[in-house]
Design a protein around this ligand. Structure first.
Ligand SMILES: *Cc1c(COP(=O)(O)O)cnc(C)c1O
Length: 415
């Protein structure tokens, strides 16, 4: 069918509906390298504004670290711009193998396979390993890429209530007749900033003979004493059968992802995972950058320690100022506002004050749980956080939500 006006109108209407519902995502242009202070054009075409960035996944502040940039430059010199091949034809360089080895060492697993992204890792891993005789039991708040990966896999698809270990146990009992059971969770949950109860999950999986899958994208690099991730935090290194993670967050912020874990499972991915077999190899520049990142964070815990101090300061200060935050250990700190419009107005006012943070509401988070999600970075200095705190307090006063209960805020603004 031709792209007639009728067809065009069909999509125009859908886009208008999104706008009318306030769900249309406006792009913003950052006119600088990613850092704690950035210049932003919002909306695009308007005057640039210098703001403190509180919404990047740049947890360790390595996205524009001079040593990482230099390593990437060297990579460009020595290994070229691109590979023009998937991995298994002629896209594997020595540095790809080296990065897989280094990731294995860092994560404390048996083997690792790189993917173009963690989205791709999650899209390919389940289908490569499980069959219709198996079952996947996922936490109900897992990342969208896991949900998509599960859809592509023929194993039975089941779930348990978020971090509800009693419910998980019921599901494990229910599925004892399956060939394989795989329990699937995020390590750190991106919207609430809480950690999966990995010690309990491992215990249940040992009791009911199930495999453990953890997507540690929001944790790799800074959670745990040496930043290895959620499994280190809970003392279960070596007991996670599959870890997927991204190079696009704490680990340099460029792109790329991996599946790391039991060597047979990694080998199954090399043989069968479709995004690995049919999508181009990670560019050499990024591989060299990621190698430098692992080098930096394996030598010293300085950056994850600073991030931890920043996070503790930020959580404590917001709470003392009278905000309601979601408790947790991660550098993701959601400031609860409950009402969708309030979350958008609040974010806009913060931006006017020079603070860049984003308001989230349904369907990204459940109805009535609108919030501003703030994210800390090792690139934040105390003066950034103090300025951000002042702005939060000023805007909080304007909307009269400081030292108010959830009930009182909902009475003022609705849910
Ligand atoms: C960000 C994220 C991904 C996607 O990672 P990419 O490498 O950007 O594709 C997957 N899973 C989780 C839990 C994430 O937070």
């Amino acid at each position: 069918m031709a792209y007639s006006n009728e067809v065009r109108n069909l999509f125009t209407e859908q886009l208008e509906e999104l706008k009318a519902a306030g769900l249309f995502k406006e792009e913003r242009a950052i006119c600088a390298p990613q850092d704690s202070e950035i210049e932003v054009e919002f909306p695009i075409g308007s005057q640039k504004k210098k703001v403190i960035n509180m919404c990047a996944n740049n947890y360790l502040g390595l996205s524009s670290h001079p040593d990482v940039v230099k390593a990437a430059h060297d990579g460009l010199e020595h290994r070229g711009y691109g590979m023009s091949s998937v991995r298994f034809i002629c896209g594997t360089q020595d540095i790809h193998k080296e990065l897989e080895r280094k990731l294995t060492e860092f994560l404390g697993t048996e083997d690792t396979i790189l993917f173009p992204s963690c989205m791709d890792a999650n899209a390919g891993v389940f289908e490569a390993i499980l069959t219709e005789q198996d079952v996947m039991i996922a936490d109900r708040l897992v990342h969208a890429s896991i949900i998509d990966g599960m859809r592509l896999c023929k194993a039975q698809n089941d779930s348990f209530k978020h971090s509800d270990m009693a419910h998980l146990e019921q599901k494990l009992q229910l599925h004892q007749d399956k060939r394989l059971r795989m329990v699937i969770t995020d390590g750190a949950f991106s919207m609430d900033g809480d950690l999966a109860k990995l010690d309990k999950i491992v215990e249940l999986c040992e009791k009911y003979n199930a495999m453990v899958f953890v997507d540690d994208s929001h944790a790799s690099g800074y959670i745990g004493k040496t930043g290895r991730g959620t499994h280190e935090h809970f003392g279960v290194v070596g007991k996670i059968d599959i870890i997927t993670t991204t190079l696009g967050k704490a680990l340099g912020g460029a792109s790329g992802g991996c599946v790391s874990g039991r060597k047979e499972l990694v080998e199954m991915c090399r043989q069968k995972a479709r995004p690995y077999l049919f999508s181009n190899t990670v560019a050499p520049v990024i591989v060299e950058g990621a190698l430098k990142v692992l080098d930096i964070i394996s030598k010293t815990t300085e950056r994850r320690d600073k991030l931890e101090r920043n996070t503790i300061f930020w959580r404590k200060s917001l709470t003392e100022a009278g905000f309601i935050i979601k408790e947790g250990e991660t550098a993701i700190v959601p400031v609860m506002l409950f009402n969708a419009k309030l979350s958008q107005d609040f974010a806009k006012d913060l931006y006017e004050e020079g603070i860049y943070a984003v308001g989230f509401f349904f369907p990204v988070v459940p109805k009535g749980q609108a919030r501003i999600r703030t994210q800390l970075s090792a690139a934040h200095e105390m003066h950034h956080l103090e300025k951000a705190l002042d702005a939060f307090i000023k805007v909080g006063k304007k909307y009269n939500i400081l030292h108010k209960s959830k009930q009182e805020i909902i009475e003022m603004y609705g849910q």
